[in-house]
Ligand binder design. Structure first.
Ligand SMILES: [Zn+2]
Length: 277
């Protein structure tokens, strides 16, 4: 199946956000006070040319972040915790056109979660069905969502995603999942932790599976090591998700693709599985 890695700019975060480290709960202040930035990391979205329709996973960032006031000045994370770089041609809409596709022909857009670098390109998909978990939609919308660092004020007018509750039975190490395609080869799996309703997408392709992991971990190695990031509201949930991903990679050859792993695109191109899987 043709699958495209679409890089919508880059992001730098604090090393303690990416690598979390040994901690019992999140400490956002510690992350923001950390003086060590990561190198600029890719912001990946994904396009699957599925026979049942085009599937986009996450929508990347928008170049509107350069506009004054796009990020609320009162929220410290945007001043002290995040740096991003993107120009308009790098947004997902223009990149889909460059690949020969129209965003209007995308059947499903799956949001792993609502952080700005995953939901920033939502405006490119006015006719697609947007899929998000009910848990993350509730967590990210309104004043509460704004306080938690989401930008619901920039969601498209009349935004009404299809809310996923994972009721289609188990998949491998995951006790619940959602079948997206009629063929059953694309499933949504709950990987909470980074956000309460974070989900990943699994594509079964031949003898292996491809996991589009969103921010379940920032890098493959963090999943292999079971290291949760530094901002997950629930480190218990994050570690449980990483354990389930490890068990999946033990059970099936697994190509594991986090949104911000600099090696994700090359691993996709080579269908390189988690070592040992
Ligand atoms: Zn995120």
């Amino acid at each position: 199946m043709n699958i495209h890695a679409i890089q919508t700019g880059t992001v730098a975060i604090k090393q303690s956000q990416r690598d979390g480290g040994d901690r019992s709960r999140r400490n956002l202040l510690r992350v923001m006070a950390d003086s060590r930035w990561t190198e600029p990391l890719p912001i990946y979205a994904w396009l699957i040319e599925h026979p049942e329709g085009l599937i986009v996973i996450d929508t990347g960032e928008t170049a509107r972040i350069a506009e004054a006031g796009y990020f609320p000045r009162w929220h410290p994370y945007f001043r002290f915790g995040l740096r991003e770089w993107i120009v308009p041609e790098q947004e997902i809409g223009p990149q889909l056109h460059a690949l020969g596709f129209s965003p209007d022909n995308v059947r499903w857009v799956v949001l792993t979660h609502f952080h700005t670098d995953h939901a920033g390109g939502l405006g490119h998909f006015p006719t697609s069905e947007i899929l998000a978990t009910g848990a993350d939609y509730a967590h990210s919308r309104g004043l509460g969502g704004s306080m938690r660092g989401f930008l619901p004020q920039h969601w498209p007018e009349g935004f009404a995603p299809t809310l996923i509750e994972h009721q289609d039975g188990p998949f491998e190490s995951f006790v619940q999942s959602t079948a997206l395609t009629r063929a059953g080869d694309v499933r949504l799996i709950p990987t909470p932790g980074h956000t309460p309703g974070h989900m990943s997408v699994v594509l079964q392709e031949g003898d292996h599976v491809i996991v589009f992991a969103g921010d379940a971990s920032y890098a493959e190695q963090n999943m292999v090591d079971g290291v949760a990031d530094g901002i997950s509201p629930s480190i218990t949930a994050a570690r449980d998700s990483l354990t389930r991903l490890q068990r999946l990679a033990d059970a099936r050859p697994t190509v594991y693709l986090p949104s911000h792993d600099p090696h994700s695109a090359a691993r996709l191109a080579a269908r390189q599985t988690v070592s040992g899987s």
